[in-house]
Design a protein around this ligand. Structure first.
Ligand SMILES: [Zn+2]
Length: 430
């Protein structure tokens, strides 16, 4: 099946092409150029014609979230991190089961797709059910069972057993789901667990997702227990590499920034969560300057409270300007790359994050007739500083239309919302 996408302004994201012409074959881009060039050289069976002001982007990649936490959206705000976790979040998470995580993930998928996200990097529990919900919705995901052993050997074995089970059951599911390893953080995982994670990642050829240097307390705790700061400690264990997605990376020394850059670690910057929990400001301009791979994540809905990467892009751009007292500290094009091409390394089943021949046909079309998209002096500027997820018109994942005219086509949205509300009520009750 050959599908042509005709018209609109294309951001690849490195190049801008007006009156674009794209050809999609077997789920991948077979031609990228102008409509004129496409019409002169190719033919196709099906076509999607866009308005000339519509803006086409690569599918957005959310490099850190906890999908089922959509169920905890708005349950506890405006609290310090540890009180928030210990009194509000963890007691509710004890009541989770596979059914609740399935509907929480289904809600996350609907919300993510409708706001232009085509790939989620997700660490949580009951990931078998989460994977099924994502595959059904037609969204790509790099999932991991979040592992915490706190030095307990039995717990460690249990966590690794669950990770192996999820890997066997879900890796490659519907050609959308990639399984990775999810040690929660250097302060909740033992050295033995972290070493085993590295060994398994090498053996299976999969990614590692981990929270790193999110708060000052974490740095203090890791230093007390290991004599090293979080990034130094992880590097000494041999954990860091270009297959590691490190979420937050707020509290870093210059040496740690260099280490992250040298090892090719994929840093997931989560500005909304870091602001909401007052964790601090990640040194993103320095990370970029030293050549580190910086990407964007929303974190879970309990600390954001949505999964809208278009909103996250604006927050990322603004946060570092005010933090540095320098309006040039972050630039729109760079922010767009963080959410697309810079994040390509999180997924290995297909090439994603760019609109180029051979890459998976994951793309987002923003509605050029939206007031927020007009006038359009610069499509990149409108995307980063003006658009929100509500401006998303169509979304394709692997060439499949998963959002059409702002509605998810793969699942019944009303059914997902109803089940998710029921599950959320059960979690909220005393
Ligand atoms: Zn997180």
């Amino acid at each position: 099946m050959r599908l042509a996408v005709l018209g609109g302004v294309l951001l690849t994201p490195d190049e801008t092409i007006e009156d674009a012409g794209l050809l999609i074959e077997d789920g991948r881009f077979a031609f990228v150029g102008t409509r004129k060039e496409l019409e002169a050289s190719e033919d196709w069976e099906d076509e999607l014609t866009l308005d000339e002001r519509d803006v086409i982007l690569p599918g957005l990649i959310n490099t850190h979230t906890h999908g089922p936490m959509t169920l905890l959206r708005g349950i506890a705000d405006d609290l310090p991190l540890m009180r928030w976790l210990e009194e509000e979040i963890w007691p509710r998470e004890e009541r989770l089961d596979a059914e609740k995580c399935r509907w929480g993930a289904a809600l996350a998928a609907v919300e993510a797709l409708r706001s232009g996200t085509t790939c989620l990097v997700d660490m949580y529990f009951y990931m078998g059910a989460v994977a099924e919900a994502y595959a059904e919705a037609g969204i790509r995901a790099v999932i991991s069972h979040g592992m915490i052993d706190l030095g307990d050997e039995d717990k460690r074995e249990e966590e690794l057993r669950e990770t192996r089970r999820i890997y066997r059951k879900c890796h490659g599911l519907e050609d959308l789901i990639e399984v990775s390893l999810g040690p929660h953080a250097p302060y909740t995982c033992s050295e033995e667990l972290l070493r085993e994670v590295r060994r398994l990642a090498d053996e299976w050829g999969v990614r590692i997702q981990i929270h790193v240097a999110e708060t000052r307390d974490e740095v203090r705790q890791v230093k007390k227990e290991t004599g090293r700061r979080p990034v130094e400690y992880l590097d000494e264990l041999g954990l860091l590499g270009d297959d590691v997605i490190a979420a937050h990376c707020v509290w870093l020394t210059d040496d740690e920034i260099d280490t992250l850059a040298r090892r090719g670690v994929i840093v997931s910057h989560n500005p909304a969560s870091n602001m909401k929990l007052a964790s601090g400001v990640s040194p993103v301009p320095d990370l970029l300057e030293r050549g580190a791979t910086v990407t964007l994540g929303t974190d879970g809905c309990a600390s954001n409270n949505n999964l809208d990467l278009l909103e996250e892009m604006k927050l990322a751009a603004l946060l570092h300007k005010v933090d540095r007292g320098d309006p040039t500290a972050t630039r729109a094009r760079e922010i767009l790359r963080m959410t697309t091409s810079r994040a390509e390394g999180v997924y290995s089943l297909e090439k994603i994050g760019r609109i180029e021949e051979g890459y998976a046909a994951d793309l987002v079309i923003l509605d050029g007739s939206s007031p927020r998209m007009n006038p359009c002096h610069s499509p990149t500027s409108n995307v980063v500083y003006s658009a929100t997820g509500a401006d998303v018109k169509h979304v394709l994942v692997g060439g499949e239309p998963v959002v059409r005219n702002g509605r998810v086509t793969t699942v019944d949205e009303e059914e997902v919302l109803e089940h998710a509300r029921e599950c959320a009520e059960q979690l909220a009750g005393d």
